[in-house]
Design a protein around this ligand. Structure first.
Ligand code: AMP
Length: 205
């Protein structure tokens, strides 16, 4: 199973790497999972619509996440670029993203896929739940072995084809997500640094 950033995704350390990238490149990390959890916490209409879907580990409808992302990339902090974390997760979302970007004259520079096997992902999800509980914070309702099974099925059926979508467009970079965190961070940075117009800030490399 893969755990991707830059465009595609699902659980584990992805958020941490996207956060590192956020510091390093000085562009915002836009996580659909975070934005949806915020909407749920605020009790907005779309939050109420997606809460149960998220709790079951299924994907929320494409039109919901596409409009969340389309609105968010128009904010001024995203004017110099952005990292999409957890999006797109279906080929339909990838196609919609292409359209949204084309309308704005924006080019997708790269797609980064973190490859992690299923046992390691399950361990990380259990670890994340334990850490949250130890800190006295609420445990994500989708961070448990039962919902994880659904998330894996959903990944295989709906998200895995997104890899091919980007591979065939020459945008895909695969990084071994089982390496130590620092090694993964360096490889992600190296993949981005290799881009023709890479966004790495010289003061934080
Ligand atoms: P994440 O925090 O990225 O693991 O996402 C948590 C949950 O939010 C997922 O299991 C889905 O229910 C929902 N979600 C996040 N991003 C997407 C997306 N791009 N498409 C559909 N559902 C999503």
């Amino acid at each position: 199973m893969s755990d991707e950033i830059g465009s595609v995704a699902t659980a584990g350390r992805r958020e941490r790497h996207a956060g590192d990238a956020n510091d390093r490149f000085s562009i915002p990390q836009l996580s659909t999972g975070d934005m949806l959890r915020e909407a749920v916490a605020e009790g907005t209409a779309s939050g109420l619509r997606v809460k149960h879907i998220m709790d079951r580990g299924e994907l929320v409808p494409d039109d919901v996440v596409v409009s969340v992302i389309a609105n968010r990339i128009d904010h001024s902090d995203a004017a110099n670029g952005f990292i999409l974390d957890g999006f797109p997760r279906t080929v339909a979302q990838a196609e919609a993203l292409d359209q949204e970007l084309a309308t704005r004259g924006i080019k997708l520079d790269a797609v980064l896929e973190l490859e992690v096997d299923e046992d390691a992902l399950l361990d990380r999800i259990k670890g994340r739940a334990e850490e949250a509980a130890n800190r006295g914070e609420p445990v994500r309702r989708d961070d448990n072995p039962e919902v994880f099974k659904t998330r894996l099925d959903v990944y295989r059926e709906q998200t895995a084809p997104v890899t091919e979508y980007y591979r065939s467009r020459g945008l895909l970079n695969i990084v071994d997500g089982l390496q130590p965190i620092d090694a993964v961070t360096e490889q992600l940075a190296a993949a981005l640094a290799a881009l023709p117009s890479h966004p790495i800030r010289s003061d934080v490399r």
